[in-house]
Structure formats: C-alpha cells, structure tokens
Write a protein that binds this ligand. Sequence first.
Ligand SMILES: *[C@@H]1O[C@H](CO)[C@@H](O)[C@H](O)[C@H]1NC(C)=O
Ligand SMILES: *[C@@H]1O[C@H](CO)[C@@H](O)[C@H](O)[C@H]1NC(C)=O
Ligand SMILES: *[C@@H]1O[C@H](CO)[C@@H](O)[C@H](O)[C@H]1NC(C)=O
Ligand SMILES: *[C@@H]1O[C@H](CO)[C@@H](O)[C@H](O)[C@H]1NC(C)=O
Ligand SMILES: *[C@@H]1O[C@H](CO)[C@@H](O)[C@H](O)[C@H]1NC(C)=O
Length: 454
Amino acid sequence: MEQFTRLILVVLPVLLKGTLAMTRDIPQSRCDNKRIMHSFTTIDYVWPNDTARSKALENEDYIPHNNIISGIKTYKNNVYVTVPRWRRGIPSTLNRVVVRNGTSVLQPFPSWEMQKIGDCQALQYVHSMEIDPNTGWMWIIDTGRINFFAADGTPTQNLCPAKIVIYDINKMTEITRHVFPNRVANRNITFLNDIVVMYRGSSPRYAFISDALAFRLVVYDRIRNRSHFFSHPSMLPEPGNGNITILGETLPVSAGINGLALSASMRYVYFGPVSGYSLYQVPTYVARNPRGNFGRFVRKVGNKPSQAAGMVYSRSNHLYFPALGSNSIYRWDIDRDRKNQRKSIRRVMMKSVSKILSSDTCMSFVDILTFDTEGYLWFTVNKLHKYLLQSMDFTGSSGPNVLIWKVYVGEVGYLDRRRNIKLPDINIHAFPDALSRFYKYIFRYIFTGKFHDN
Ligand SMILES: *[C@@H]1O[C@H](CO)[C@@H](O)[C@H](O)[C@H]1NC(C)=O
Ligand SMILES: *[C@@H]1O[C@H](CO)[C@@H](O)[C@H](O)[C@H]1NC(C)=O
Ligand SMILES: *[C@@H]1O[C@H](CO)[C@@H](O)[C@H](O)[C@H]1NC(C)=O
Ligand SMILES: *[C@@H]1O[C@H](CO)[C@@H](O)[C@H](O)[C@H]1NC(C)=O
Ligand SMILES: *[C@@H]1O[C@H](CO)[C@@H](O)[C@H](O)[C@H]1NC(C)=O
C-alpha cells in the first residue's frame, strides 16, 4: 500500500518531467551535460588575422566541413587535439583547444609553421599523439600522407615519409625525431593511427604504433634511434565484421589494427582491429625486440561487445574502450578477472566487462579516450560515421558534431609514474542522461522509499 502511494506521488512529476523534456529537447541544447567541456558544430581556428582566414577559405586551404577532431590528450589544464587530413582543406592537423569569445576554437600546435603541407620538416597528417605526464614530452606520429579518405575524387598525396617527433611542451622545443624507413612504414600505404609509450627503468624509451592500413605494429626505440615492425593475422580486419552500425546507419570499414593500450606494468601491449571485435595481447619484451617471436606470444584475450577505435589502460588495471554500435563506453576489470579465474595477466580472459557510460544523443562515435592526472577520463565524440558517409549536418539543427567529454572515474593513466596518488574515491554514474538518472531515482524511491543508496 505504501508503495502504491509512493507510486501515485511520483507519477505526476514523471509526466511533467516527460513534457518538459520534450519541449526542452530542442536540438541545440541536446548535449548540454555539465561534463561536456567543448562542443563544435564546425571546426574553426585561431587565425593570424581575418584576412588570413578569408584567404584560406577562398583558395580552399580551409574547407570547414572537412575538418573534424579525432585524437585527444591533456597536459596541465590544456587539451590537445588532432584534425586528421583525411580530406582537403585542413589548415592545421595538431592543435590546442582554446576558448575565444565563448566559442571553442583550435590554436595550431606548436605553431602555424609546423602545419605546412608539403614541407617534410613540418607535420602532414597527425592522427594521434601521446603526452607523458612525467616529462611533458609529446610523442607525435605523422603518417606523411594526406587525402586518403577523400570524398571528392581528390587523389591521395604521399608527400613525406612517416615520422615520429618528440616535443617538449614546457620548453616548446623539439627533443628528437625519427623518420621511419620505407621498409618499416611504406610511403604509399602507411596509416599511423595510435601510439603508446613505454618506460624502461626511469626513462621513456619505446613507442608502439599501429599502422591500420599496412596492418602492422611499428616499434620505435628512442635510445637507439631505430624502428622495426611486426605483421600478423591478428592485425588484419576480421572478414565480415567491418560493418559498424550506429543508430541505423552502417559504415563499412576495412581497417586493421587500430586502438592500442599498454598495461601500467608496461609488460603487455593490447590491440585489436577496428573492423572486428577481438582484443589481443602481446608481451612488450617480445615486441620491443626486432627479432621477437611475435606469432608465438600473441594471444587473444576476448571479444569486445562492439567495434571500437580507441582504448586506454588505467593505473588500476582497467581497460576502457568504446562500443561504437551502442554509443557507449565499457570497462574491463582485469584484476577482478584475475581473481575469479585464478590466472595471471598473461592468461586471464576478458569476462568482467561492464558498460559505464552511454548516450545515444551525446556519445555517437566515441573516438579516442585519455586520462588526465586528476582522476578524469576525457574522450572525443565525433559522429565519424556520418562524416565518412557524407551525412553530417553542419547547420547545427542536429546538435553539435564534435564533443569533448570529461568524466570523473577516480583513476589515472598507465603512463603516470607518480608514487603516491590521492584521488577522491567516488562511484561514477552509469548512463549520463539526466532522464535515465531521474528514472533510477524514481524506481529506487518507489521500492525503498529513499532517493539515495544506503
Ligand atoms: C595577416 O597574417 C598573415 C600571415 O601571418 C600576414 O602575412 C599578413 O601580413 C597579415 N595581414 C595583416 C593585414 O595583418
Ligand atoms: C564576441 O561576440 C560578440 C557577440 O556575439 C560580438 O559582438 C563580438 O564582436 C565578438 N568579439 C570578437 C572579438 O569576435
Ligand atoms: C609508390 O608508388 C609509386 C607509384 O605506383 C611507385 O612509383 C613508387 O616506387 C612507390 N614507392 C614506394 C616507396 O613503394
Ligand atoms: C637517427 O638516425 C638517422 C639515420 O637513420 C639520422 O639521420 C638521424 O640524425 C638520427 N637521429 C638522431 C637524433 O641521432
Ligand atoms: C558488410 O556486410 C556484408 C553483408 O553481410 C558483407 O558481405 C561485408 O563483407 C561486410 N563488410 C565488411 C567491411 O565487413
């Protein structure tokens, strides 16, 4: 009886809330979650002056609708993002997000000079970078090729050899660079997609890099100034598993090894194809050795619920990855599986996987994820399927196209080497949608008479 009264009590507000939600649901304000730090309908830049901008528009050095954010890393309250040069008209591929007059825009990083197309000293195509929070070094991978997903028939331009550049953000100086030999990153087919950095002792030494179109794992040794690669069937697209369906729209993808993660112990690299579900693991002592027996030591650890591009590993042995088909982010609790299965990290299978965030409206194509040093998970959402299928709405009436989220998860990334890290310990709320959270409270109230747990 008491439950029934409570039910009556809540029906009215629920109905009211429903009506309010409907009227409030005008497109522009759809993604107004407090945890969204930046939102963009089109991507614009901080230009030297207005003339430079109108000139770039005129000669198509800047074609606004071809610009979209993919990679993201943070360092000391700054957010760095990449704009991959898949198509023509992308003036700057590596940037810092700044807010000008209340609008988020991109400031080329480290400079406009470093964005010059055709200058092999500068950056041509950057998809990802890693920032080492201990040193403030940004490890930038440059594919050297542009326009390889052109929609207007423009040919791909294989402008420069692929390279890696290590840049000191604090001193704004270059530490070193390495140009990949053609046999490691073929100038006609390479697509350097993601990067993780490995410490050896107390210094950052190796980079593991995915090549999504040559289907390779490329390895760079900073100390020796050398690079090598592995290829293996685990790096290929899975036949028939490349159709990524998001809210009824299907994007066929035939790319291989894509997102990478490195365990906090630095002992294992995790990878998987974007066209597929499998997650694989290989020991770093095998992969960092040019003569390592990759085929013998690589292991499939399980299947993800859906396809995904990026992934990231925390200091507390959680692996976070998106599920593109369900507009959500999942987390694999590796330590729980080790306990449950009584197996070492070398043999444990991926079972304890849970959905931690989900939103059809505001998490459509979660692309790249990263941690800051304060306990927050950051990620980009970019409707990439719509960009590639040419169905993206740049008028703003379907809401923003690119979002940058910041969500408290109470852990830090695999690269953070600080000894004692104290972070507030709170549970994250699954399902960020205010409405679903509201329903959760209501159901709890109906059945327990309380609005909160315990
Ligand atoms: C605008 O910026 C460009 C590029 O830095 C420079 O060459 C040009 O002189 C500037 N024009 C004006 C009017 O300041
Ligand atoms: C800032 O925005 C206001 C209102 O939209 C506008 O009047 C002003 O010119 C803008 N300032 C700059 C520097 O763009
Ligand atoms: C790239 O392709 C061009 C044209 O097919 C060819 O001439 C060139 O040798 C290739 N370069 C490499 C490094 O494979
Ligand atoms: C790395 O090796 C290349 C030759 O493979 C050389 O040109 C370059 O100067 C070397 N870089 C450093 C920092 O030693
Ligand atoms: C998409 O699905 C079709 C039909 O099932 C299949 O033939 C095709 O191989 C799939 N494409 C990819 C890229 O997996």
